[in-house]
Write a protein that binds this ligand. Structure first.
Ligand code: C5P
Length: 236
């Protein structure tokens, strides 16, 4: 597969568990996501181990700090050989631009995306923070800023994907969590989309954790999801 659409969330507490699961997957069929828990526990060595097994690694550390610090962190992540990394769009224009400038252009350079509004944030949180507009308004505003700063895409829910796609065009990568195959448990996700539904809404990459990592046969679960995604991409 030239550009696997599924990013498997390796939400594990240590390197051993993450590598055991990675062992059951095929780097030609998926990418993997390393987030704050696993990275804090297992560090750069795990990222390098996954990359050396051929996996594209999405380093999901959501950097958010002063521009100089974020730029340095992005450079350090790029040196690890990650495929994708992210920052918080709410860090603002100078921070986003510094992050963009820190990552060299080129085919092997990591994709740089931004988190718009965490999906855990509700209207009452925006009101507490004095942020104007509805959650949907904020997502679109921060996605537009991210696009204007030259980043490669955003993380957003499938619910928001169509509006962001319409605003930011076909080249902008939309990375969408909260995905559940029709026959899978929702777990703690509130608003879920099926893999095909997310693709039809304009998602570029789907972040999927437990439906794959907790499946009796993770590779078979991944294959089923890839087949659904391929069919949705064919039929549009
Ligand atoms: O197991 P599950 O498929 O729910 O995992 C989804 C992954 O996507 C987790 O790593 C979770 O932290 C992440 N995520 C999410 N919702 C967001 C942003 C990230 O579920 N809004």
């Amino acid at each position: 597969m030239a550009d696997p659409k599924i990013i498997v969330a390796l939400d594990f507490a240590d390197a051993k568990a993450a590598l055991e699961l990675a062992q059951k997957l095929d780097p030609a069929q998926c990418r993997v996501k390393v987030g704050k828990e696993l990275f804090t526990a297992a560090g750069p060595a795990l990222v390098e181990a996954l990359a050396s097994r051929g996996f594209g690694v999405f380093l999901d550390l959501k950097f958010h700090d002063i521009p100089n610090t974020v730029a340095a962190a992005c450079r350090a992540a790029a040196r690890l050989g990650v495929w994708m990394l992210n920052v918080h769009a709410s860090g603002g224009r100078a921070m986003l631009t510094a992050a963009r400038d820190a990552i060299a252009a080129g085919p092997d350079a990591p994709r740089l995306i931004a988190v718009t509004l965490l999906t855990s944030m509700a209207q009452s949180d925006l009101d507490d923070l004095g942020i104007a507009g509805t959650p949907d308004d904020v997502v679109l505003r921060l996605a537009a800023l991210t696009h204007a700063c030259g980043l490669d895409g955003v993380v957003c829910s499938a619910r928001e994907a169509a509006a962001v796609r319409a605003q930011s065009g076909d080249e902008f990568a939309l990375v969408t969590p909260g995905i559940r195959p029709a026959d899978a448990a929702a777990d703690d996700q509130q608003r879920v989309a099926t893999p095909a539904g997310a693709i039809r809404s304009g998602a570029t990459y789907l972040v999927i954790g437990r439906p794959i990592t907790r499946a009796p046969d993770p590779l078979a679960a991944l294959a089923g999801i890839n087949a659904e995604v391929a069919a949705a991409l064919r039929t549009g």
